[in-house]
Ligand binder design. Structure first.
Ligand SMILES: Nc1ncnc2c1ncn2[C@@H]1O[C@H](COP(=O)(O)OP(=O)(O)OP(=O)(O)O)[C@@H](O)[C@H]1O
Length: 252
């Protein structure tokens, strides 16, 4: 069943379309990778479709279907941080350095789940353990700059799960991590997808990474969706020149 459907999405600035009539369906419980070269419009497609583009310089058109209901892109903002969460490349920017990780989690959970401070702390710390954040209580008392990039990614994933997200958009989530941490974080994405059925949109220019985790791959070029298919089909029988070139560059 399709959980998230983007229909005729256009994102324009004053001069041109940065996302040009993109149509894309995401199945419930799948891992969909969005790939393409730098500046091709991968991030803008999802930010546009989830109401995250509020700049006056950009106009966003099209519609989105979420769990069977149609919404305008700006209406989708109501689901952000709840049913739909983002995990970004640089987790440091997601946290306020003057409050502890615990305060951040507590505030977020109290706002979204309407729970007491004590309940919020318990829910967050339980998810920290589930996301293999060893020493979860110490992490809770830490500031973001005291934690590694991998730990902050786990905190973001824990928070996304704690608020009850049904879909996580991960935008180059492992790019800033060393290879060993990258592998560990990738396996957490796979695990939460399998164990909890959370849909994952994995935006990455790295075919090596996405081939390990995605069920489907969508290739975007110059704001247009140029190729879409199962991971096996895209890896073994790509049709578009750009896809073939990207695969060759990966040299596998
Ligand atoms: N807020 C914005 N306002 C205006 N133009 C933008 C904005 N964000 C991105 N762009 C432009 O839109 C185009 C697509 O950007 P986008 O960030 O979606 O690319 P991307 O494929 O995600 O690239 P990368 O892999 O480098 O993150 C680029 O030309 C970029 O400069």
């Amino acid at each position: 069943m399709n959980q998230f459907v983007i229909e005729d999405l256009i994102v324009k600035n004053a001069d041109r379309s940065l996302v040009d009539s993109v149509n894309l369906s995401v199945e419930k419980g799948e891992i969909l990778a969005i790939t393409g070269q730098s500046g091709s419009g991968k991030t803008l497609t999802f930010k546009g479709a989830t109401g995250l583009l509020t700049s006056e310089q950009l106009t966003v058109d099209g519609r989105v279907r979420w769990n069977g209901e149609y919404y305008s892109p700006s209406e989708m903002k109501a689901f952000l941080g709840k049913e739909i969460s983002y995990v970004m490349q640089n987790p440091m920017t997601a946290f306020n350095p003057v409050i502890t990780i615990g305060s951040h989690c507590r505030e977020t959970l109290r706002e979204h789940l309407k729970v007491s401070k004590k309940e919020a702390d318990k829910i967050a710390i339980d998810w920290f353990y589930k996301l293999n954040l060893k020493d979860a209580k110490r992490v809770y008392k830490s500031y973001c700059y005291e934690l590694s990039g991998g730990m902050l990614q786990r905190v973001m994933l824990a928070l996304a799960m704690a608020v009850g997200s049904k879909m996580i958009v991960a935008d180059e989530p492992t790019t800033a991590l060393d290879t060993i941490t990258q592998k560990k974080i990738l396996s957490e994405f796979i695990r939460i997808n399998k164990e909890y059925g959370v849909t994952i949109i994995f935006i990455s220019h790295d075919f090596g990474i996405i081939s390990q985790i995605a069920n489907h791959i969508a290739v975007i070029s110059e704001g247009t969706l140029i190729e879409y298919g199962s991971t096996e089909k895209i890896l073994t029988n790509p049709e578009k020149e750009l896809t073939i070139k990207m695969l060759k560059e990966l040299s596998i």
